[in-house]
Design a protein around this ligand. Structure first.
Ligand code: SIN
Length: 274
């Protein structure tokens, strides 16, 4: 793919690319938007450096890709319901996203993409890992692809969000969205198929007995996170990661306690998986 307005440097042959030559605090031209979108489709997760953006500029960038999603469990800062604060320090009992997941896959129409700006980085640690669900699907055998192709799985936000609330001393008894999604989803833009189950939200595979469901899910989780499908991003101050939730899963490494890591995420709404 050739780009006129940005430079795109792949990080691995499978996924991840660093994008330079664009200032995300300024409105994007149509060509810049199209090329960033093309880069995201080609590499599934893209990274920007040295982007000192405000919350408004962050939201404006996200809105170029679609309406913004409002998180079901974490209210944004005052006046910014579309912003999810990502923060950990010496008082934290947990962090967001430290197990593999695709964001808010419990929603009937889960987010298309997430744009995370980290403005405060720990002196060491705090990387984010991304795993290509498209590449992991492609590597499955033909009989396994056929078997999985007919299945759907229950995703539920309750167990995750309520457990997180309880860890923070809150009751943890709220209702959260749930939905059944295909175990293998088709990307609406690239047409690629990808594994769409992950440990944070998936509860079981529908229509299978519990032991079969557990074994298949454990196999898929272990398969999707194999080294050859994973890239790892080390943050610097004012880095931005933009990932496609329809193509990758991710995990935020919490290896930096009691250091501070802080930023904001804007999440772009998506469609019903098929
Ligand atoms: C998340 O959005 O799941 C958190 C990712 C991170 O903090 O790196």
């Amino acid at each position: 793919m050739s780009y006129q307005t940005i430079e795109v440097r792949p990080l691995t042959p499978t996924l991840g690319a660093e994008v330079s030559g664009v200032d995300l605090s300024a409105p994007l031209s149509d060509q810049q938007f199209q090329e960033i979108h093309d880069g995201l489709m080609a590499h599934q997760v893209i990274f920007f450096r040295d982007q000192d953006i405000t919350l408004e500029q962050h939201k404006d960038f996200g809105r170029r890709f679609g309406p913004l999603h409002i998180h079901p469990s974490a209210p944004g800062p005052a006046g910014h319901p579309e912003i999810l604060r990502i923060h950990a320090d010496e008082n934290s009992k947990q962090v967001a996203g430290h197990r593999w997941h695709s964001d808010v896959s419990c929603d009937p129409e889960p987010p298309m993409g997430s744009i995370l700006h980290i403005h405060t980085v720990p002196s060491i640690g705090g990387d984010t890992l991304f795993a290509s669900s498209n590449a992991a699907y492609e590597a499955l055998s033909a009989p396994m692809k056929k078997f999985l192709g007919d299945l759907s799985a229950r995703h539920d936000g309750g167990p995750n969000y309520n457990r997180r609330a309880q860890i923070n001393g809150k009751p943890g008894d709220k209702q959260y969205p749930y939905a059944d999604h295909p175990v293998i989803r088709t990307h609406p833009v690239t047409g690629k198929k990808g594994i769409y189950v992950s440990p944070v939200f998936t509860q079981y595979i529908c229509d299978l007995p519990e032991d079969e469901s557990r074994s298949i899910l454990d196999f898929l989780y272990a398969h999707n996170r194999k080294e050859q499908f994973v890239c790892r991003f080390t943050w610097k101050k004012d880095s931005i990661a933009f990932w496609d939730n329809r193509a990758v899963q991710h995990l935020a490494m919490w290896d930096y306690f009691p250091r501070v890591r802080s930023g904001y995420r804007v999440t772009v709404a998506g469609d019903k998986p098929f």
